[in-house]
Design a protein around this ligand. Sequence first.
Ligand code: ASP
Ligand code: MG
Length: 405
Amino acid sequence: MTLVVQKYGGTSVGDADRIRAVADHVARTCRQGNQVVVVVSAMGKTTDDLIRLADDVSRTQPPRELDMLLTAGERISMAVMCMALADAGIDAVSFTGSQAGIITDTAHTRAKILEVRGDRLRQALDEGRVPVVAGFQGVSTARDVTTLGRGGSDTTAVALAAALGAEACEIYTDVTGVFSADPRVVPQAQRLRRLSFDEMLDIAASGGRVLALRSVEFARNHHVPLHVRSSFTWEPGTWVVEEEPTMENAVVTAVTHDTSEAKLTVSGVPDHPGLAARLFRALADQSVNVDMIVQNVSQHGTTDISFTVPTTDVPTTLQTARAFGAEIGAKEVVADAGIAKVSLVGAGMRSHPGVSATMFETLAAAGINIEMISTSTIRVTCVVRADAVERAVQALHTAFGLDGA
Ligand code: ASP
Ligand code: MG
């Protein structure tokens, strides 16, 4: 018998009708002779609503209590899903993250999975039952309830698939797969049939929002094939798999964009060894997630350092960078929220030179100024003005032949 893990996101379980539709699909999968483990997210925007409630109630929000609150969303989903499955003639049993044996570290609101003790799930499967697990949550080594960070249900599903040795992890969502660009920006974007883990990682990291980044890392490290597909049409979607040496890779697979970062510039930094180290250590100590970094050629013994951070980290970053700037006599620290990143991702870039050149030419022809550049083996990213980013994505999608026939 084949074991599959099926994860259903918030929109897939958004209301009673959706939940019944999912239960029917799970029942169908079982009748086809498969074993199924179901992982559910909170219904619709429940997690956002709970966060708003916490904001209304409290300025302090002890992280332990915030986690306790947020895990309630997935608890509702798992219980009603089991009820709907019972109506569909399936013997289902719900498990919280803790009951499912998902052991995490103690970092509340962004805990990491340390171990999965799946024995209760295995036992349920052996008894012919369908385990329905609350996503996004676990229990810490200090025996407190934790959450895995926003979008964490994907990670729960992949971790369970790895621990139980599932054939595949199906991620059901409200889109039909991973696309060559955001279809809201590029209507002619194509659904990708098959991607490597590395490509999916770079797509997720550079703005493609279909899968949580950590779940892709987990899938790559544990060799879990992912199938991203729609719970509205049930058609086959996008497979994310190990790269095969024989695969003929497209030079550019996808154009992604991200408007969630801001650019910080510290100007007039004395050009001495160790100052960048101090700045970025101070930011790291505040858990600021620095992305791109550019340091200018020094002039008159000082230099400018620019870097990008998530917009949500701007207040902390400004405070930290300004304190640092005052200490070392830097000129000023400014934040610029009007930027966006546009990226090209493709495994074929490894063996095809000239991708960056074509990218820069395309942006130049569209009259779009490039403010920062970074590259990895299979990705090129440019920072541009936020109000130009959609035009940039469209121009690049066409220039790299992704518009399709
Ligand atoms: N419900 C959580 C969130 O909205 C986890 C998830 O959906 O994956 O972030
Ligand atoms: Mg979600």
